[in-house]
Design a protein around this ligand. Structure first.
Ligand code: SAM
Ligand code: SF4
Length: 334
């Protein structure tokens, strides 16, 4: 497809993947995401309406975005989620959703109608008690039932599991066992630092230690490295003979910024060029005052640093002070 040049950054990376956070609220309280002190919610009138989400998305698609992921907070808590989906489905773009799964059963028909088949389903544990400890909510049964439903319905499911030292790392093999019969992908995510999540490098389970554990269990010969898709943030593997696969998202120990094609829009309409950048621009403000939004997009991309918002060395990235002026993950949208 022919596209204009505004989605290139100064490192010649083309940004064809827009992630839109629809809401700051959530029905879970995952300790690695939601600050224990809670968050200051933006006033309702400063959040994008469904019409504004559509208008902004349309401009991005016009300039070359071909994939949009809806996220949050918990995107399915938006009362007008069905309407947003319906509008976006009229654009020439592939749609995907990241969700904790609690409300998925209510939206199956909307998802099907919109042609949305790609689901990232966040589930950090297969144990109900650990689920309560990690998410601070007693919702395991619902989430588990909904996971089964979407698998039975043939959605393309990736499970996102954030690994936390001493909490769920012992479940790595249990997760991989799911891929023996189910054609799903389990993505182990290294715990990342954001404001208010008490991050510490020692709580992160690294790519190297994840692989060591898996190879120790299955034997090195059975762990196949798969070809990663272009711009994939995950390193993909499978156990030979298993239907599904697994992957590791190693933002902390092995960043993958060279091929980054992502740009993020927060629920209150701020455009961000990186998860770790505290610099954001008011795209919604421009739209509401009737100005063109292209200059804002261009500015954000021109400011994009080569690696992790300039926190390129392990020393700068691992200094938690350097993450205090950033938003918490729940207000960015993962
Ligand atoms: N509520 C939805 C969900 O949980 O899927 C969407 C929003 S959530 C912020 C998006 C993703 O970010 C989830 O898969 C979550 O596990 C991940 N995430 C949140 N905080 C994180 C952290 N500190 N490190 C790594 N991943 C994190
Ligand atoms: Fe909510 Fe998702 Fe954050 Fe958990 S990871 S608190 S489900 S937004």
């Amino acid at each position: 497809m022919k596209h204009s040049g505004i989605l290139y950054d100064s490192h010649q990376r083309f940004h064809n993947y827009l992630r839109i956070s629809l809401i700051e609220k959530c029905n879970l309280r995952c300790t690695y995401c939601m600050p224990s002190a809670g968050i200051q919610l933006s006033p309702k009138e400063s959040l994008m309406t469904s019409e504004e989400v559509y208008e902004i998305a349309k401009v991005f698609v016009h300039h070359g975005v071909n994939k949009i992921r809806l996220t949050g907070g918990e995107p399915l808590l938006r009362k007008d989620f069905g309407e947003i989906l319906e509008r976006l489905s009229t654009l020439k773009v592939s749609l995907a959703l990241t969700t904790n799964g609690i409300l998925l059963d209510r939206y199956l028909d909307d998802l099907k109608r919109a042609g949305l088949r790609k689901l990232n389903f966040s589930l950090d544990t297969l144990n109900p008690e650990s689920f309560n400890t990690i998410t601070l909510r007693d919702q395991f049964e619902r989430v588990h039932t909904n996971l089964q439903i979407v698998l039975n319905e043939g959605f393309d499911v990736k499970i996102n599991a954030v690994l936390l030292k001493g909490q769920n790392e012992e479940e790595i093999i249990d997760f991989i066992a799911l891929t023996e019969r189910e054609p799903l992908s389990i993505r182990f995510i290294e715990f990342m630092p954001f404001q208010g999540n008490a991050w510490d490098q020692s709580k992160t389970v690294s790519l190297a230690s994840i692989l060591e554990r898996i190879e120790g269990h299955y034997g090195r010969d059975r762990v196949e490295r798969l070809q990663d898709a272009p711009n994939d943030t995950a390193k993909n593997f499978k156990i030979s003979g298993f239907k599904g696969s697994f992957a590791v998202i190693s933002t902390v120990t092995n960043p993958f910024c060279d091929s980054c094609n992502r740009i993020r829009l927060t629920a209150n309409g701020r455009l961000r060029n990186c998860l770790f950048s505290d610099k954001e621009q008011d795209l919604l403000g421009a739209l509401r005052s009737g100005e063109p939004i292209e200059p804002v997009i261009q500015k954000v991309l021109q400011l994009k640093k080569a690696v992790r918002a300039g926190l390129d060395s392990p020393e700068t990235f691992e200094d938690y002070h350097n993450h205090q002026s950033n938003r918490s993950m729940i207000k960015i949208g993962g």
